[in-house]
Design a protein around this ligand. Structure first.
Ligand code: FES
Length: 325
């Protein structure tokens, strides 16, 4: 049972583990390209569509589940229109994990050819994405530079989780200039995915963005945070304004998120110039736990019903450029 502490001695139940498991499974199916939740249908048909969808993809919707889903409808609706939420990890106190038992996955282009690290554009305004460790789980691949477009070496750093005050070690950049990093592209606030969350290269981190048309609009708080942290580029989520620092391990610059972006641990083979995803570090995207309780071995989750592992290759794609100018 997950309880929320309201004050002295007062606790309110918010979720039991059976509902937690059920909802995680539902959220995972919603994100899976094969069983993608159809937002338009949901908007036009409402809860009937949600019940039918759940029935078909997760399991029978009895009276208890119906009640539970109804209690979540507002959240599901909000999340559905902005990008499907990652589950209830928003509600669950996070643990920090380093997972290195995931499959080593070669980053390839759509023709199956390995991506060469030295060919990755620096500060690309396009969103460069790959899925890892499960299909349907996008990550940014970014080659970071300074304001003049020169690659910047990304140092290993300690990343703070504002929600708990705990820290973890981010290993730093890889590639010929140690400037390549990869972070989860699932916003840690409510799970918006690209293009709602995207990388703003240096040329887009300036006051003109305050009056730009959506979606390429930064908040004043994000601009100020970038200035204070002395970082020329940002990851910003247009849904509610969370801002992350790509130069320092995906750390939180502005809320409402209270969790950094988990990092994908990359490996660069200097003899071939190929890039591999080999694990993850950060707040616990994994372990999911097949029964709603975090498992001892996070790699177990790759064979659970939460999705299918990407395997030993994962395809890098460029998605829509959200910038209008
Ligand atoms: S989902 Fe709320 S800021 Fe990203």
């Amino acid at each position: 049972m997950i309880k929320f502490r309201l004050g002295k001695g007062e606790e309110r139940e918010i979720l039991d583990y059976s509902n937690l498991t059920f909802f995680r499974k539902l959220a995972s199916k919603m994100r899976d390209p094969k069983t993608r939740f159809d937002v338009k249908e949901f908007v036009s048909k409402g809860e009937d569509y949600l019940f039918n969808y759940t029935n078909k993809n997760v399991g029978s919707v009895d009276e208890k589940r119906r009640k539970f889903l109804k209690s979540l409808i507002f959240g599901i609706a909000a999340a559905a229109v902005v990008g499907i939420i990652p589950g209830v990890r928003v509600l669950v106190p996070p643990t920090v994990t380093v997972t290195t038992g995931f499959p080593k996955s070669l980053l390839v282009d759509s023709s199956g050819n390995p991506i060469k690290a030295s060919s990755l554009p620096v500060n690309s305004p396009y969103i460069i994405i790959f899925e890892y460790p499960m299909t349907g789980e996008p990550n940014f691949l970014i080659n970071l530079g300074d304001s003049s477009g020169k690659p910047v070496e990304i140092q290993p750093t300690k990343v703070v989780v504002p929600q708990t005050g705990k820290t973890y070690d981010f290993p730093g950049g890889v590639g010929p200039n140690k400037s390549i990093v990869a972070y989860s592209a699932i916003c840690q606030h409510l799970g918006c995915t690209p293009p709602y969350i995207h990388f703003y290269p240096p040329s887009y981190v300036n006051p003109r963005q305050l009056t730009a048309s959506e979606p390429d609009q930064l908040t004043a708080a994000a601009l100020l945070a970038a200035k204070e942290a002395n970082v020329p580029a940002l990851i910003h989520c247009d849904c509610h304004g969370s801002t992350y620092d790509p130069y320092h391990g995906g750390a939180v610059l502005t809320g409402p998120t209270v969790r950094p972006l988990p990092s994908v641990i990359l490996e660069w083979d200097s003899s071939t110039d190929y890039l591999y995803a080999i694990g993850s570090v950060g707040v616990a995207t994994y372990p999911n736990g097949s029964n709603g309780i975090p498992s001892q071995d996070p790699t177990d989750d790759l064979s659970s019903s939460f999705g299918s592992p990407v395997g030993d290759k994962t395809t890098v794609t460029e998605t829509e450029n959200p910038f209008s100018s």
